[in-house]
Design a protein around this ligand. Structure first.
Ligand SMILES: NC(=O)c1ccc[n+]([C@@H]2O[C@H](COP(=O)([O-])OP(=O)(O)OC[C@H]3O[C@@H](n4cnc5c(N)ncnc54)[C@H](OP(=O)(O)O)[C@@H]3O)[C@@H](O)[C@H]2O)c1
Length: 275
């Protein structure tokens, strides 16, 4: 196996779902993997030969101090970070009118600003190495905004924009950047979904919100497991010139194409019918 970007990988949000599955893939292929969870603690000591291992360490993307500590820890032990996979994220349900500023800020702090902070901490290390790979998990919701998921979609649209810019900015430093856009995947994402407080009581949207989220939950629970995302990640990892984005799954590739070619009103009509 060729380690195009090097052997040291940081997977942010590796305690479950896509992050965990990708961390396992990296481990299986001999990488030195640092996975993160808010619940993890720094180990007392590390094994000497860390190739093909996953070391779980604490990291909360909403806390600058926590990000710095995690990254300093890896650099202290490995002297480098070659691959960064950003998976931390959750969904928030509710109509725009029902989402408080605090709830909106909270989801942006995790899904967008958290990702951005981690990247900001890792970039100086990758620039020094003159190589690196950053993969950001976005979503199909990053190019199709779903009703009653406005803030989630907004965070993912923001991830898309930031990632596209970043990709061009860091190219001269040998750092490659890609986006993965999964559709519905069966993970802890469903049980971690939050609901805006007002959405539980405001009769104006209550029934439609409930119906839309029930449809999303059903699709997630009937979706494929995270291995399908691992495939997309592996494709990027093993490419010297990775694509800007990979939409995960044939169905969602078709959805992406239709979104591009159909008039916006038609797309809206279809989404209203589904949700
Ligand atoms: N599942 C889907 O249908 C789907 C579809 C499209 C996109 N996505 C995106 O895929 C990514 C991964 O989600 P998943 O489906 O694998 O869900 P998951 O199983 O719930 O995993 C989410 C991960 O994010 C971590 N996390 C959450 N908040 C964090 C924070 N503040 N700081 C650090 N880590 C945090 C969690 O770790 P701890 O709780 O242990 O800290 C966990 O490891 C997310 O960005 C999600 O938006 C999911």
């Amino acid at each position: 196996m060729e380690y195009i970007y090097g052997k040291v990988a940081l997977v942010v949000g590796a305690s479950s779902g896509m992050g965990k599955a990708c961390a396992e893939y990296l481990k299986k292929h001999g990488y030195i993997v640092y996975g993160t969870s808010r619940k993890a603690i720094f180990p007392d000591s590390l094994t000497k030969n860390r190739e093909g291992t996953i070391q779980m360490i604490p990291l909360d993307v909403t806390q600058e101090k926590s990000i710095k500590e995690a990254i300093d820890y890896i650099v202290k032990n490995e002297g480098q970070i070659n691959i960064l996979l950003n998976c931390a994220g959750y969904a928030l349900g509710g109509a725009v009118e029902d989402i408080s500023n605090d709830e909106a800020h909270e989801i942006f702090d995790t899904n967008f600003f958290g990702m951005m902070s981690v990247i900001r901490h890792v970039l100086p290390i990758m620039r020094k190495q003159n190589k690196g790979l950053i993969v950001n998990i976005s979503s199909v919701a990053g190019f199709i905004a779903l009703p009653f998921q406005s803030m989630y979609s907004a965070t993912k649209y923001a991830v898309e924009a930031m990632t596209e810019c970043l990709r061009m900015e860091v190219k001269p430093f040998g750092i490659k950047v890609s986006i993965i856009e999964p559709g519905d995947i069966k993970t802890n994402f469903t049980s971690s979904r939050k609901t805006a407080k007002a959405a539980l009581i405001n009769p104006a949207y209550k029934e439609r919100h409930k119906k839309a989220v029930e449809t999303m939950i059903k699709d997630e629970l009937n979706g494929p497991g995270p291995q399908i995302v691992v495939k997309a990640f592996a494709k990027i990892l093993n490419s010297k010139n990775p694509p800007v984005r990979i939409v995960v799954g044939f169905k969602y590739k078709c959805v992406a194409l239709l979104k591009r070619i159909l008039p916006s009103r038609v797309v809206e009509h279809v989404l209203e019918k589904i949700y």
